[in-house]
Write a protein that binds this ligand. Structure first.
Ligand SMILES: NC(=O)c1ccc[n+]([C@@H]2O[C@H](COP(=O)([O-])OP(=O)(O)OC[C@H]3O[C@@H](n4cnc5c(N)ncnc54)[C@H](OP(=O)(O)O)[C@@H]3O)[C@@H](O)[C@H]2O)c1
Length: 303
């Protein structure tokens, strides 16, 4: 039995679809209960990662937990600014519940980072969650991604808003930060296929396409793929507060998430070398191809 957390989210909902094709028993932890699923292998259990007892109930009879939670947005009023405290409490609850019920493995996706840089609040908190999993004594597999290309992903939806809504794009001091984006389908493939791959147990992998790009190049290439002419103006400083206020209003992303992600634009996200190709037998699609596929998918959804 698998326990899937974050099943309503960008990553979790897609992992759920992919797992269900494998004919596995999946229990989804959700805050708002679902009535049922057409798939007899999928069940829903009401729970909250901040409620330890609900996790103890949810992990009964479970072998593997997929942990796809972050608490930057959509939390009870007054709690929002303390996302790092909430994220720490949540993963500590989960580790405790896993130990009580002898869960064999935790699979987690987190944010990529450069270990030599001062990390943003968001990435520092992601690192803390990752460290708690790694030090739990429970077998684990952790993937770290930078910008994930696919509609519904917070970083991609912010990029999409910037490119589509601003004919003149202001570029701030994150202009030359380097990232190695990855297509959503490739992320899901890693997350689902690692289940059957013993070589991935107790390992952490940075995942990305083969191209390393600056944020400015990312915006330029996306505009080009969309056929949009855009002018860039360089403005000194970070303008973090103002840009997150504007994008919090214009993009579909929770304004709190926008705020913390924009702060993270200062951190480079480039993969450490690894042997993922050998283990998984595929290469993530090139950046331009991931843009093309997302655009085709979006157009189909909007038709
Ligand atoms: N999206 C990206 O571009 C990206 C990039 C790199 C890494 N990641 C990592 O991928 C993981 C998943 O992110 P995502 O993009 O899928 O996030 P998301 O779309 O915002 O989903 C977050 C999920 O967490 C659930 N959740 C929040 N608080 C909860 C609580 N107290 N109890 C139970 N469930 C709770 C939400 O459920 P509700 O529906 O109840 O709110 C939702 O299903 C995170 O670890 C993130 O760091 C994402």
């Amino acid at each position: 039995m698998i326990l899937l957390t974050g099943a309503t989210g960008f990553i979790g909902s897609r992992v759920l679809q992919a797992l269900s094709l494998k004919n596995l028993q999946i229990r989804c932890l959700v805050r708002k209960p679902r009535i049922s699923s057409d798939d007899p292998n999928i069940t829903y259990i009401k729970g909250d990662v901040l409620d330890r007892d609900s996790l103890v109930a949810a992990t009964k009879g479970v072998d593997t937990v997929y942990y796809f939670i972050h608490m930057m947005g959509n939390q009870p009023k007054g709690e929002q600014k303390r996302f790092d405290i909430l994220d720490r409490a949540a993963i500590e609850n989960m580790v405790e519940a896993c130990k009580i019920n002898d869960v064999k493995r935790i699979i987690h996706l987190t944010g990529m980072r450069n270990p030599n840089e001062k990390l943003s609040h968001h990435l520092q908190s992601r690192k803390e969650v990752e460290d708690i999993i790694k030090n739990s004594g429970i077998d684990h597999t952790i993937f770290r991604a930078s910008v994930i290309i696919g509609r519904g992903g917070a970083a991609f939806d912010i990029l999409d808003t910037v490119v589509k809504k601003f004919p003149i794009i202001p570029v701030f001091d994150w202009e030359d930060t380097h990232v190695q984006p990855i297509f959503i389908d490739d992320v899901i493939k890693y997350l689902v296929e690692c289940l059957g791959k013993k070589e991935t147990v107790n390992r952490c992998f940075d995942i990305g396409c083969s191209q390393v790009l600056t944020y400015k190049e990312l915006i330029q290439l996306y505009a080009k793929e969309l056929g949009l002419k855009r002018i860039f103006i360089r403005i000194p400083g970070s303008w973090h507060r103002i840009s997150s206020m504007v994008l919090g209003k214009l993009s579909p992303v929770d304004p709190n998430v926008v705020y913390w992600l924009i702060e993270s634009l200062q951190n480079n996200m480039v993969c450490e070398p690894n042997n993922l190709n050998k283990i998984f037998g595929f290469e993530p699609v090139p950046f331009k191809e991931s843009l093309r596929r997302s655009i085709i998918r979006n157009n189909a959804l909007n038709e």
